[in-house]
Design a protein. Structure first.
Length: 330
């Protein structure tokens, strides 16, 4: 194997063409060599625009290409697990967009398939965790810079009520919890370094779309809590506050970290507030390189599939709590 992993992209989804692919092309260990779409002309158009050498008119053709080492799967949520399994069975490493699937059960199916092919690396593409601002935040907490971690508060919203948008199609895995609520859940488990013991949630569903457009939840970690609100029908906003007994951390743009200006973190200890500015980077480039290095060096991926399943279990518990009106244990 060369010093770069040859990547193939399943679909011309915007998340890939606008953000992930250009970022991976700037990576030290990534080479994007092929693009696939169910429409060959579309695949050829995008491949030309992005400078990708090969284009295929079906996902099957891309998976059959022996010159591709790994695939990035940004397909709609309901296609994550089926096509990731097909990729594994075709001998490809897999980086699959979040959420890993429609349910924890689906996620387990993917884990079982990956376990049967231990020579292949499979990872969920929760890019934000790899950004230096989150690595720094976790280190600050672990080093006791805010005292004992007590609670995390998160907010993530945007406005999109287009019924044609896949995020608003419930049967295809749409809704706020699946699309963006998964981020506050993931960051909470990441910072606490544990799974919540129980969760309580409440959600409002759009009567026309059938998807949750506003949801709030509390995650009880036993030694602390995390609360969040997410919405697909509110003014765009995101922010995270991490509170300890002697200080706090505030992350300005926690999820969609920009690549054209520095990210900022505020660390408050007592009355003193320190503004920490991080160097420009792309969390997608970092993610692609970390995954590629795990393949090249045959080392564990940064976030194993068990973590992805854990996130899905919390989402499902929140939905159940909203339905029953009770806390749900995990």
């Amino acid at each position: 194997m060369s010093d770069k992993i040859r990547w193939g992209i399943l679909s011309t989804a915007k998340i890939g063409t606008l953000q992930v692919i250009p970022a991976m092309q700037r990576g030290q260990f990534c080479e994007v060599t092929a693009m696939a779409s169910r429409n060959l002309e579309r695949a050829q158009q995008v491949a030309t625009e992005l400078g990708i050498p090969h284009a295929y008119g079906s996902y099957e053709e891309l998976l059959a290409d022996p010159n591709i080492d790994a695939i990035y799967n940004p397909l709609p949520n309901h296609m994550h697990v089926p096509w990731s399994i097909k990729a594994i069975e075709a001998g490809k490493h897999v980086l699959c967009e979040k959420p890993i699937g429609l349910s924890a059960t689906e996620g387990q199916q993917l884990l079982d398939c990956a376990a049967a092919h231990p020579d292949l690396k499979v990872m969920e593409a929760f890019m934000f965790r790899h950004h230096p601002q989150w690595q720094l935040a976790k280190n600050l907490v672990q080093e006791g810079k805010i005292g004992t971690l007590c609670t995390i508060q998160s907010f993530f919203s945007y406005f999109n009520d287009d019924p044609q948008n896949i995020r608003n199609q419930s049967d295809l895995g749409g809704g706020g919890l699946m699309d963006i609520g998964c981020y506050p859940i993931s960051l909470s488990r990441f910072i606490f370094g544990a799974e919540p013991q129980r969760v309580s949630g409440i959600a409002e569903y759009d009567k026309r779309l059938g998807t949750d457009h506003l949801a709030s939840a509390t995650l009880d970690f036993g030694n602390g809590t995390s609360t969040f609100t997410c919405s697909t029908q509110l003014n765009p906003y995101q922010r995270v506050h991490i509170h300890g007994t002697t200080g706090r951390i505030e992350i300005e743009i926690p999820f969609n970290a920009p690549i054209d200006r520095p990210c900022k973190i505020w660390l408050q200890t007592g009355d003193e507030i320190e503004e920490i500015e991080l160097e420009l980077c792309s969390q997608y480039t970092i993610q692609g390189d970390l995954m590629s290095q795990a393949i090249l060096n045959n080392t564990p991926v940064p976030t194993p599939l068990k973590d992805a399943i854990g996130n899905m279990q919390v989402i499902e518990a929140i939905v159940e709590s909203n339905r029953s009106g009770n806390w749900v244990s995990l």
